[in-house]
Design a binder for this molecule. Structure first.
Ligand SMILES: *Cc1c(COP(=O)(O)O)cnc(C)c1O
Length: 437
């Protein structure tokens, strides 16, 4: 590998000599060595590193969505260093489904008859449509034809799955009769999609899930519900707007429910599929299920996280996503105050103020629900906000912030464990670096 890096460096220097960009009095051997060393440092550094999320977006797609709970990590670390039980039936020494354990947990937690796990929710949706509706029509409201970050676009997922999309209603209003009028002998299902990352407000209406279930079943159709964020806890108890939970969707009679594992469940990236036993069996037998199956790391993280939900208090205490959502406002305000004081006393010429603001859940979960927070706004007479934010991203532990009105905004809500110390040190360092220029 080192020889290859040196050869690469020699090639680069040769090119520079040919184009005349290599300075005539520079030492060629030294230039090659320095270039090769720089590349070596790059390739040996960790890319999937720990960073500080001071942007206040809890499920930040660019920063890996849900951080895993410490307990979950401890369990996985112990398991993954050795052979692990994955696909053996202890009594018969035969293969059992690798997600059988997760299925048991999901049945307990949601009341579903059966369940399966795949790579992510996009795969879950495509798999369900292919296994249960390929070559048939599936009715979707125009208000629910969503695009979700990372290029999940419902019409395209449907086309890929082989199901035929039948759009009904309008962007803002869809009525039960719109669905009713679209049913033909070729219809297999009605699909409800939780609009996740946006909200239609004003003159709007969507048909409630129980009414869609009744209509589907009266016509011999299936009802698929893509819940998206996949909450197992009703957050309206804590003052959030009412959002569908997996439990409610199952109870309303949806035949198949799909959700992400790394949104409001706060586990690893996964697609959860809940449903009636005969349908889940059909889904498991579909070739696509093998193509998008989950790996052992994913399953181990899911098992450990879902186990926490068996005791809701434990989930609320240990699952970072939930803990950050429910952080008390006063606790965030105190932390903002501490950061402000520490940085201000080290950097007296910086302007550091506290201001009321909003955190976001992110990843299209609980759209439109902004969480009140206290922001630390930082500006420097020596450098622009963009330069400050850029320097913060290049500190030894990368720090991610927001910028508004020429100020860097720090939202303490998404700081975990030792992040506060790392953040204040990074801020002091970059503010001072600006002065010395
Ligand atoms: C997030 C989301 C998806 C995509 O889920 P991934 O796990 O990211 O593949 C699909 N549908 C809805 C409604 C979502 O919110």
């Amino acid at each position: 590998m080192r020889t290859r890096l040196v050869r690469e460096a020699i090639e680069t220097i040769r090119r520079q000599v040919r184009d005349g960009t290599f300075s005539a009095d520079a030492d060629v051997a030294e230039a090659v060595r320095s270039l090769a060393e720089q590349r070596l440092a790059e390739v040996t550094s960790v890319f999937y590193r720990r960073v500080v999320n001071a942007a206040g977006i809890i499920l930040h797609t660019g920063l890996g969505r849900a951080p895993l709970a410490g307990r979950v990590l401890a369990q996985i670390a112990d398991q993954m260093g050795g052979y692990t039980l994955l696909q053996v039936d202890l009594d018969q020494a035969q293969r059992s489904p690798r997600d059988g354990r997760i299925e048991q947990l999901l049945i307990l937690l949601t009341g579903a008859e059966a369940a399966a796990v795949v790579n992510n929710n996009a795969a879950a949706t495509a798999l369900v449509l292919n296994a249960l509706a390929a070559g048939k029509e599936v009715i979707v409201s125009r208000g629910q034809l969503v695009e979700i970050g990372g290029a999940f676009r419902l019409p395209e997922v449907m086309a890929f799955s082989g199901a035929k999309l039948v759009e009904v209603g309008t962007t803002n209003k869809t009525h039960l009769r719109d669905y009713e009028n679209a049913i033909t002998e070729n219809t297999a299902a009605i699909l409800r999609v939780h609009p996740s990352n946006y909200k239609i407000q004003g003159f709007t209406s969507e048909v409630p899930l129980p009414e869609l279930v009744t209509l589907a079943h009266a016509n011999g159709l299936l009802l698929f519900d893509d819940v998206g964020a996949g909450s197992l806890i009703d957050f309206s108890r804590f003052g959030f707007d009412k959002e569908p939970t997996l439990i409610e969707s199952v109870a309303a009679g949806a035949d198949v429910v799909t959700a992400s594992g790394d949104k409001l469940i706060g586990a690893s990236q996964a697609g959860l599929i809940l449903g009636r036993a005969a349908l889940i069996q059909k889904i498991r037998k579909n070739q696509f299920a093998r193509i998008v199956r989950a790996g052992k790391l994913t399953l181990a993280a899911l098992e450990a996280t879902l186990t926490l939900f068996l005791d809701e208090a434990a989930a609320l205490e240990h699952v970072p996503t939930l803990r950050l959502m429910l952080r008390p406002a006063e606790q965030i305000a105190r932390q903002a105050e501490r950061i402000c004081q520490t940085v201000q006393s080290a950097c007296p010429d910086a302007t550091i103020t506290l201001q009321a603001g909003w955190s976001q859940i992110g990843s299209g979960s609980l759209p439109g629900q902004n969480l009140p927070t206290t922001l630390v706004a930082v500006s420097s007479p020596h450098q622009s906000a963009a330069a400050l934010a850029n320097r913060l991203r290049h500190c030894p532990t990368w720090v991610f912030t927001r910028i508004a009105d020429e100020r860097v905004l720090i939202d303490p809500r998404t700081l975990l464990d030792d992040d506060e110390v790392i953040l204040t040190q990074a801020l002091i360092q970059v503010l001072k670096a600006g002065v010395s220029q």
